[in-house]
Design a protein. Structure first.
Length: 220
């Protein structure tokens, strides 16, 4: 065998061993918080993805495990601080560490329309949207906070106390856990200016997570 033939064989073997690294996956999120009756929009922005927890959730979902899939939307009031002059200071999103959580969680509810914990699957649900030929799919997570929820909220949206339990300024999607409700892992986290939930109004959250395949992806 000549030196050139030996080189060609080694190159062929290396080509067979090397996986296709020209592809990658990008995960993006966008959140819209609004009043479905008046159509007033309170928040319209992108969110942070917790890539460690989300990658684990994707792997578990594809492997048909009993945990990992999106189960709940969690709400909190620890993402900002407001001084006496009304200036808002925003904390950074918690998107690292497997035990990441909201800064101060005050409420959560199931949005998985296949879950027994979801009491209103028409208005709290998950939808997968895909158009044939596209290299991305959207998970549309819809959550409605009805007039009477959460229990214990103020009658009107005129509070001056931004530390009230139901003046929300952070929100996250959480995965399902076999250990119990509310105990899954944080998958996304978004911080925004304070929005009060009160008895006199509905609040709807449309949370879209896009999972996209990237062509010609080059690993950094």
């Amino acid at each position: 065998m000549t030196e050139q033939q030996d080189k060609n064989i080694k190159e062929q073997q290396e080509t067979q061993k090397k996986p296709d690294e020209s592809q990658g996956i990008l995960i993006e999120g966008h959140i819209k918080i609004f009043d479905p009756e008046t159509e007033e929009v309170f928040v319209d922005k992108r969110n942070a993805i917790h890539y460690e927890n989300f990658s684990e959730a994707l792997a578990k979902s594809i492997a048909n495990r009993t945990e990992g899939y999106i189960e709940e939307m969690h709400f909190g009031n620890g993402g900002t601080s407001v001084d006496a002059t009304g200036v808002i200071t925003y904390l950074t999103s918690n998107n690292s560490g497997s035990n990441a959580a909201l800064y101060n969680e005050t409420y959560y509810k199931s949005i998985n329309d296949l879950s027994a914990a979801n009491s209103d699957t028409t208005r709290n649900k998950l939808e997968v949207r895909h158009t044939s030929g596209n290299v991305y799919s959207d998970i549309v997570c819809t959550c409605l906070l009805d007039y009477g929820e959460p229990a214990g909220q103020s009658a009107f949206d005129n509070t001056t106390t931004f530390t009230d339990s139901y003046v929300f300024d952070e929100l996250a999607l959480y995965g399902y856990s076999d250990t119990g409700a509310g105990l899954g892992k944080l998958l996304t986290h978004v911080i925004f200016h304070p929005v009060q939930k009160s008895l006199n109004r509905l609040i709807q959250i449309d949370y879209t997570v896009r999972v996209q395949s990237l062509t010609n992806f080059v690993e950094s």
